[in-house]
Design a protein around this ligand. Structure first.
Ligand code: LFR
Length: 480
């Protein structure tokens, strides 16, 4: 039997634990556990249920045993920017507040009064999203300074779970960079920025690179599971893991498609020029000194919320089919408008936007879904043009990876709207990227190049070509 690694990949709407091993040059996956994740209201705040999530991780490890899988290592990735604070006795100081919580409203502007936007971008290379960790911490600093005073440890969510598993507190680079508190060039916490904002720098832990072996499981957990497993740092930021596994590299732009759509390219250095700032692109830290130069687009969150607001009467596939029956480009919204971050009702928010901008108001489920898919595809096209503008070259293909690449209609729409070949797959990109780093750390594969080759050979990647006779797209700027 080959060496098994176990990836824990938790996204905003679901988590999965997937064991992987290389057999005859192919990466073989076994899904051992899958569970729901969602934001819950705790008191005043929208939060993540970290206690339950950790129990799910334990359940997944137990399930490995039942399936006769003995993983050599485990690696955890989740979404970025959210964190916990621990006191001197390692107890949680607050609930784990979600980035969709309104506590950061207005904080970005307050930070800019102290530290200019341009300088912040020049130093960190990170895009401006009101929910970045820096604004979450600044909000705490402004509204609950006593919490920050007591805090002795700052841990992003995967790092907190690593601590619970292995008893080691460490930050991981790909995730740390997303906080907007890491210098893009030194790859270290930006102490002077923290000082200026009165964010307690002593609570941050050393930044370690992906592939670092943190250590064995805590003794009591190893006994409980009856297994010894090494805890390894993958790219703990899910997008970092996903991009590692993007197999189509030549002349390609990736879209990591899930709750968010992350569209961009890998680049060996951060691009902090004014154009990149104006387009609001980010330079997140990646493996092997690469940067993910990408843009966050609101993504499938919008359709997830639409589905929920229709009381889950339709599946995602049904909504995609209903959308397909409607006339395209009748109404469009700016998917990156903050009003879609956590509206009370997504359907009504979309309708209000269309009403306010003098467009046809989508009324039926098909019309609403059509509006979402068209708006997403057009925002991808805009981002592609911005990337091509910055790189002063044309890219010929797009690799859509992650759960969202299962939406065949959206894949075809992206090909039609951008005029580029679209390659869709792998679906489990994030877990695969997570496994890939563990396999590298254990010496089972040499490097990213080799791993991407293995991934291309192991998983279906489907091609979509632009169809003729595209309908002209209404320009968003024309409807504003
Ligand atoms: C995707 C993702 C994005 C990040 C957003 C919030 O799951 O990690 O990369 O910007 O979630 O953390």
């Amino acid at each position: 039997m080959g060496t098994y690694c176990l990836a824990v990949d938790i996204g905003a709407s679901s988590g999965r634990m997937i064991a992987g091993t290389i057999i005859a040059g192919k990466l073989e996956l076994t899904e051992v556990h899958r569970f729901e994740n969602k934001i819950i209201q705790k008191g005043q705040h929208s939060c993540w249920d970290t206690d339950r999530l950790f129990q799910e991780i334990k359940t997944g490890i137990m399930k490995c045993k039942k399936q006769d899988i003995q993983p050599q290592s485990i690696g955890i990735d989740t979404w970025a920017v959210d964190f916990v604070l621990l006191d001197g006795n390692d107890n949680l100081l607050t609930d784990c507040v979600s980035y969709r919580d309104p506590r950061t409203d207005g904080m970005m502007e307050k930070v800019f009064e102290i530290f200019s936007k341009e300088r912040l971008y020049l130093e960190t290379g990170i895009q401006f999203q009101k929910f970045n960790t820096i604004y979450q911490l600044y909000s705490l600093q402004q509204n609950c300074p006593e919490v920050l005073k007591k805090a002795e440890s700052f841990l992003l969510i995967p790092e907190y779970f690593n601590f619970l598993l292995a008893g080691v507190k460490a930050s991981e680079y790909t995730n740390a960079s997303s906080t907007q508190l890491v210098n893009a060039f030194t790859k270290k916490w930006d102490d002077s920025l923290m000082d200026v904002l009165s964010i307690k720098k002593e609570m941050f832990h050393e930044i370690k690179m992906p592939k670092t072996v943190l250590g064995p499981l805590r003794k009591e957990l190893a006994a409980e599971f009856g297994m010894d497993i090494k805890v390894i740092l993958p790219a703990t930021h899910d997008t970092g893991s996903a991009v590692i596994s993007a197999p189509v590299q030549e002349d390609a732009i990736y879209i990591s498609s899930g709750t968010w759509s992350l569209i961009g390219v890998e680049n060996p250095f951060p691009i902090c020029v004014t154009k990149a700032l104006d387009y609001n692109f980010t330079n997140e830290g990646g493996m092997d000194h690469q940067f993910r130069f990408l843009k966050n687009i609101m993504g499938l969150w919008m359709i997830q919320e639409v589905k929920r607001n229709y009381q889950d009467e339709f599946t995602f596939a049904e909504l995609a089919c209903l959308a397909q029956e409607e006339l395209p480009f009748q109404a469009m919204v700016d998917v990156n408008d903050d009003r879609f971050l956590k509206p009370v009702n997504m359907i009504e928010e979309i309708q209000d936007y269309c009403r306010e901008t003098g467009q046809t108001i989508p009324l039926t489920p098909g019309e609403v879904a059509r509006c979402v898919f068209d708006s997403l595809a057009v925002s991808y096209k805009e981002a592609v043009e911005q990337i091509e503008h910055i790189f002063e070259k044309e890219f010929s293909q797009i690799n859509v990876i992650g759960g969202g690449c299962q939406n065949e209609k959206l894949n075809q729409l992206i090909a039609n709207v951008t005029g580029k070949d679209v390659y869709a797959g792998p679906v489990e990109a994030t877990a695969i990227g997570n496994l890939a780093v563990q396999l590298m750390a254990l010496g089972e594969v040499k490097d990213i190049k080799e791993v991407r080759k293995i991934i291309y050979q192991s998983f279906e990647v489907k091609k979509y070509q632009p169809e003729n006779g595209q309908i002209p797209i209404m320009q968003r700027s024309a409807v504003k």
